[in-house]
Design a protein around this ligand. Structure first.
Ligand code: PRX
Length: 682
């Protein structure tokens, strides 16, 4: 468990100055609050809930649950009997009760420097109400699912909160995903309406998003599911200049009058036309605590993505309190999370957590390397960012260019630095700490998942001594354990499966439409525990160190991909008979995709085919899944019972000749052949 005293050796202590005003100023205070959150959750969470507006109060215990499949259905219920509306809490409460109407909610920074926009809480509330009325006028009702496929623009937040206001369930699909992926997600969640945009720039690259959206809608129609309406925001075309959101002047680079936007008059509607004239008042729909809030898809080890379902009250409390304490949020902060809202990090820590606290955030459309590798630090200085949250892959990418592009800017405003998405290697941690934060800013290495809703293992910046690469200790209400293969809890320093023994308010409630899959994926292996799928080590001081996935998942640039998903995209090509995909360590992306493909008889492997296969995966899943290496495999190493030995393939991908025990291998000559023809370069 958590030690009484924090270790004093081999740790980084962070900033003394911060302790004066911090919400959790010492390790002792952290421990005291942690014990309270476990021993008396009703009181602990009751205090958190006091900050929010409840239409009706909850009755009974704060959390009710079953985590044991042998005792019946798995469930988590938080604050039963309470009703509220998150949009009301994020916007109306801040504007009316807390008098933050004129406070900036977002500094939007476009892909192109100089393209910018400021939106206050009052303006955001008006825009959300208008769009909520638009959704209602299109027949969207409480409980309906709405798909959102948009770039990083303020209207993405508007669309998501408009859904929340009327009790509709948003399903945001990252704009980097392919038409096929969008179609799959629309079908699974049975969305009646899609919100998208004409297009956007990512660096120099123009993405014609509407084109992809149309392709997805066509695929849905082909599969017998016609989506009734598609609302398109004009982000690049001329009308974008007249967008009613705040004041900004899109530079020539953004407005793109030549963009060919396909238009289907039976389905398509223009965002601007609909919003024009819509009332900016909209009574919120009061929702029960366990009403669905949103669905967000994450890769599943069988290949088919899982629709992770989060519900209203618990998620609101959890994202709000983790944001406040993990970033030690203070009212004059300017916070910047570089994630895309299409991922859980953007949901919880761009939209919900910061707005619940009345925070001012930067919302960035672009890339860390465009137009040059100083862009991040330029933005930090421009908005005087105090709390900054990014991914190890971005840190490693920028680290390659040395300290000079960082030092071109002052970064004096920075107070806390955060990371998320994958284990951070100590070298990248040190660079982040020494060069970016100039040894002044604590680093919060936050471990969590789409499923957990918010941070579950994390330092608190003024309380927890840091160890580079460790996500340190559990957040309040979270009880981790490490299990061995037989499911026994290990005590003290140990390594094994990371599991959680009880729920916290923000944990997922089910896999949308598939409770069975929810139970099998997370609760079946070790009854009584939520199984994260990650390996973990606990050191002598009780610190937790995530060692990486222990299932068939890969973490590419902080994004989870299942090997099965990539394999099925490859075998869909007519000349691929069989495919096996493994991870190979990559200096920037963490892991890269190394694919082995067995071709059908008589087909010869060549560069053109390789390019075709890459394209095939990109089109089926999205650019993040583009294979880094593809090797032709005349045969794959299999056990006598026909199971592919991925462990051996991983060794081949990394050129590690010590294969361990291969006595179950059916034909060892296959391995020699694969070693001989390994791919060394992309
Ligand atoms: O393997 C862990 C890794 O990312 C996985 C969750 O991915 P996803 O659901 O896409 O959510 C990512 C953003 C929360 C985890 O199972 N992971 C995430 N954060 C860390 C991490 N691994 C080590 N350290 C972290 N801080």
């Amino acid at each position: 468990m958590i030690p009484d005293q924090a270790p004093k050796e081999d740790v980084f202590l962070g900033c003394e100055e911060m302790k004066k005003e911090a919400h959790v100023p010492s390790f002792e205070k952290y421990k005291e609050l942690y014990l309270k959150s476990i021993d008396n959750p009703d009181e602990f969470w009751g205090d958190v809930a006091k900050d929010f507006f409840w239409k009706t109060k909850h009755s009974g215990q704060f959390l009710d649950y079953n985590f044991d499949v042998t005792k019946g259905e798995i469930f988590v219920k938080c604050m039963e009997g309470a009703s509220t509306n998150i949009c009301y809490n994020l916007l109306d409460r801040n504007v009316h009760e807390r008098k933050l109407g004129d406070k900036v909610a977002f500094y939007w920074e476009g892909n192109e420097p100089g393209d910018e926009l400021t939106v206050t809480y009052r303006e955001l509330l008006q825009r959300v109400c208008q769009f909520a009325n638009v959704l209602k006028s299109q027949g969207v009702k409480k409980g309906d699912r709405v798909s959102i496929y948009m770039p990083m623009v303020v209207e993405l937040v508007v669309a998501m909160l408009a859904c929340v206001r009327i009790g509709a369930v948003h399903s945001i699909v990252f704009a980097g995903f392919s038409a096929e992926s969008l179609c799959e997600r629309i079908l699974d969640s049975q969305c009646s309406l899609l919100v998208t945009a004409d297009g956007f720039y990512r660096g120099d690259k123009l993405i014609n998003l509407k084109f992809l959206a149309d392709e997805a809608l066509q695929k849905c129609r082909d599969k017998g599911f016609p989506v009734k309406r598609c609302i398109m925001l004009k982000h690049l075309s001329k009308e974008a200049e007249e967008t009613p959101l705040g004041s900004h002047s899109p530079p020539a680079k953004r407005s793109c009058p030549d963009l060919q936007v396909p238009w289907n008059p039976d389905v398509d509607l223009c965002w601007h036309t609909l919003v024009h004239g819509a009332s900016d008042e909209c009574e919120p729909e009061w929702c029960e605590s366990e009403d669905p809030l949103f669905i967000l898809y994450t890769s599943g080890s069988t290949g088919k993505p899982k629709g992770v379902l989060h519900t209203v009250s618990g998620y609101m409390l959890y994202t709000a309190v983790t944001f406040k304490l993990v970033f030690d949020y203070q009212p004059d902060d300017v916070y910047w999370c570089t994630a895309d809202i299409g991922w859980i990090t953007g949901h919880s820590y761009i939209t919900y957590g910061p707005l619940a606290n009345g925070a001012t955030s930067v919302l960035f459309e672009g890339l860390p390397t465009y137009p040059d590798v100083s862009r991040m630090w330029e933005i930090v200085d421009k908005y005087q960012v105090t709390k900054f949250y990014t991914a190890p892959t971005a840190i490693r990418l920028l680290m390659k260019y040395g300290s000079e592009p960082v030092q071109k800017y002052k970064r004096e405003s920075l107070k806390v630095l955060g990371t998320v998405g994958e284990p951070i290697n100590p070298e990248a941690w040190q660079w982040y700490y020494n060069v970016v934060g100039e040894k002044r800013c604590p680093i919060v290495d936050t471990f969590w998942q789409t499923e957990t809703g918010g941070h579950v293992l994390t330092p608190l910046p003024a309380a927890t001594p840091m160890k580079p690469g460790s996500a340190t200790f559990p957040f309040f209400g979270v009880v981790p354990a490490i299990l061995n293969e037989s499911g026994e809890e290990l005590e003290g320093p140990s390594e094994g499966y990371l599991v959680f023994k009880q729920p916290w308010p923000g944990v997922m409630r089910t896999v949308y439409g598939n409770q069975q899959r929810f139970e099998t994926t997370y609760f079946k292996k070790f009854p009584g525990y939520y199984v994260t799928g990650d390996g973990c080590r606990r050191d002598k001081d009780g610190y937790y160190w995530i060692t990486g996935r222990i299932d068939d998942m890969l973490n590419v640039s902080g994004h989870l991909l299942s090997t099965a998903e990539v394999e099925s995209a490859l075998v869909e090509h007519e000349v691929v008979a069989e495919a096996a995909v493994v991870g190979r360590p990559h200096p920037v992306k963490g892991e890269s995709l190394y694919c082995f493909v067995t071709l059908t008889d008589g087909v010869t492997y060549n560069r053109a085919l390789e390019a075709e296969l890459r394209k095939q995966v990109r089109e089926k899943i999205g650019a993040i899944a583009t294979p880094d290496y593809i090797q032709e495999a005349p045969g794959l190493p299999k056990t006598r019972s026909g199971k592919i030995m991925r462990r051996v393939l991983r060794k081949i991908a990394c050129d590690e000749r010590d294969l361990g025990d291969i006595s179950t291998l059916a034909d060892s000559s296959v391995v020699d052949q694969l070693f001989q023809n390994r791919c060394c370069t992309v």
